[in-house]
Design a protein around this ligand. Structure first.
Ligand SMILES: Cc1cc2nc3c(=O)[nH]c(=O)nc-3n(C[C@H](O)[C@H](O)[C@H](O)COP(=O)(O)OP(=O)(O)OC[C@H]3O[C@@H](n4cnc5c(N)ncnc54)[C@H](O)[C@@H]3O)c2cc1C
Length: 365
C-alpha cells in the first residue's frame, strides 16, 4: 500500500511528486513510456517567471522570447517587442528529465514503462495522465474539453529568433496557429475546432503569404496532441483521487499553455493530498486553495476565450487594430503571461471595449 500514487510522469505529475516527497510522504510515479518527455507534444513556450518558480536555475532554454507578431484574420501583421525577454522556448524532454532527476533525488520512486492498471493499492491517487482521459473515466472524474492540434518542425534560417508568430485566420477556427523558434528553425502548429489540424496547417504553409517563406524547409514528421481549452474542472477530486495538470484542466483557456500553471497547481494538490493523508479534511481543500490563488485569473481567461470564439473576423480585425494603435497590445507584454486576469481586465478597459461588446453579449446570452 503506497501513501501516494501519481499517474503520469509529465511536468504536473513530477511537480506534485516532488512537493509531496518534500513534505515527507512516500510517493510512487507511474509513467507508461520508457522515457519521460517522449513523445513530445508541446511548443515549449513558457514565461521566464514561471520557469524560475518551477525549476529555478538550470532550465533547458532553447531561445528567450521578447515579443510576438500576430496576424489578424485579414492578414495584417502587428509586431510587439519588449525591451527584455519575458518568455522562453524550452526543450520539453530535457525539462521533464530535469524534473525526473529532482524527483528521484527527493526520494520519489519513478517507475517508467508502467501503465496504471487500476489494481494498485494506494491511500491517495493523483491523476496526471494529461489529456488521455482513461484514468479519469475509470475513477469517475470529468475530462476537460480539448481540441486536436498538429505541429511540424521546419529547418529554416528564415525566422526572427526572439519572436513568436500567431495566426488568427479562418484556417484555425476557434483557436489559432503558431510559429515558435527552435534551435535550427521553427516549430509551426495549429489547433482548431472542426478541422483536421495537420491538413489545415499544411494549407496554411502553402497559402498564407508570410509563412510561404518556409516553403523550401525540411519538415519533421508531424507531432500530434490535444490542447485543453475549457479551463479547470469544476470538481477535480473524488474520494481519495484528484486530477491535476491537463487531466484537471489547469491550462490557460486563452493560449492553451499548461506547463506553468499545471505545475504550480500540482504543488497545491500535493499539499492537499499530504493534509488528507495526515487526517486533515478531504481533497476539496485542493479546490479551495487553487481557486483562492488562481480562480479569478482562470475565470477571466475562460471568459476571454468564450468572447473571442464568438467574434467574427471583422470584429477580431478591428479589436486588434484598436489594441495596437492604443498601445494596449504593447502594454500587454509587460503583464504576467500566466496570470492573465489583470492584463485582460486592462485590455477590456482600453479602446477595444466597444469592439468586443457584441461578442460579449453573445457569449453571455
Ligand atoms: C500542440 C500543443 C502545444 C502546446 N504548447 C504549449 C506551450 O507552448 N506552452 C505551454 O505551457 N503549454 C503548451 N501545451 C500544453 C502542455 O503541453 C500541457 O499543458 C502540459 O504538458 C501538461 O502537463 P501534464 O503533466 O498535465 O501532462 P502531460 O505532459 O501530457 O504528461 C502526462 C503523462 O502521463 C503519462 N500517462 C498517461 N496515461 C498514463 C497511464 N494510464 N499510466 C501511466 N502514465 C500515463 C503520459 O505518458 C505522459 O507522460 C501545448 C499542448 C499541445 C497539445
Amino acid at each position: 500500500m503506497r501513501d501516494l500514487l501519481v499517474v503520469g510522469g509529465g511536468p504536473a505529475g513530477l511537480s506534485a511528486a516532488i512537493e509531496a516527497a518534500r513534505l515527507g510522504v512516500e510517493v510512487e510515479v507511474l509513467e507508461e513510456h520508457a522515457e519521460v518527455g517522449i513523445p513530445e507534444h508541446c511548443a515549449g513556450l513558457v514565461s521566464l517567471k514561471g520557469l524560475q518558480e518551477i525549476i529555478g536555475s538550470g532550465a533547458p532554454i532553447i531561445r528567450e522570447i521578447r515579443g510576438f507578431r500576430v496576424y489578424s484574420p485579414s492578414g495584417k501583421a502587428y509586431t510587439v517587442k519588449g525591451e527584455e525577454a519575458k518568455a522562453a522556448v524550452i526543450d520539453r524532454p530535457a525539462f521533464e528529465r530535469e524534473l525526473l532527476r529532482r524527483a528521484e533525488a527527493s526520494g520519489v520512486t519513478v517507475t517508467l514503462g508502467e501503465r496504471f492498471r487500476g489494481d494498485e493499492r494506494f491511500m491517495v491517487l493523483i491523476n496526471a495522465e494529461g489529456t488521455a482521459g482513461r484514468v479519469s473515466k475509470r475513477i469517475g472524474l470529468g475530462v476537460p474539453e480539448s481540441i486536436p492540434a498538429a505541429q511540424l518542425d521546419l529547418e529554416t534560417p528564415d525566422f526572427d529568433d526572439d519572436l513568436v508568430e500567431i495566426y488568427l485566420g479562418s484556417l484555425a477556427p476557434g483557436f489559432f496557429a503558431w510559429a515558435v523558434p527552435r534551435r535550427d528553425g521553427v516549430r509551426v502548429g495549429l489547433a482548431a475546432r472542426g478541422v483536421v489540424p495537420l491538413r489545415s496547417l499544411e494549407m496554411l504553409l502553402d497559402k498564407f503569404r508570410p509563412w510561404r517563406r518556409f516553403s523550401g524547409a525540411r519538415r519533421s514528421a508531424p507531432i500530434f496532441g490535444k490542447v485543453v481549452i475549457g479551463g479547470p474542472l469544476n470538481v477535480a477530486h473524488r474520494g481519495s483521487a484528484v486530477a491535476i495538470g491537463d487531466a484537471g484542466g489547469f491550462v490557460k483557456p486563452t493560449t492553451g499553455g499548461g506547463v506553468v500553471l499545471g505545475c504550480l497547481t500540482a504543488r497545491i494538490a500535493a499539499r492537499a493530498a499530504c493534509r488528507f493523508l495526515s487526517g486533515g479534511g478531504d481533497l476539496s481543500s485542493f479546490e479551495k486553495a487553487w481557486k483562492s490563488s488562481y480562480g479569478l485569473d482562470f475565470a477571466l481567461m475562460r471568459l476571454a476565450r468564450s468572447i473571442y470564439n464568438r467574434m467574427d473576423a471583422s470584429e477580431v480585425d478591428s479589436a486588434l487594430e484598436a489594441l495596437y494603435s492604443s498601445g494596449a497590445l504593447k502594454g500587454a507584454i509587460q503583464h504576467d503571461m500566466d496570470l492573465q486576469g489583470k492584463a485582460l481586465w486592462r485590455l477590456a478597459r482600453s479602446r477595444m471595449f466597444l469592439r468586443i461588446v457584441p461578442a460579449a453579449v453573445r457569449a453571455i446570452l
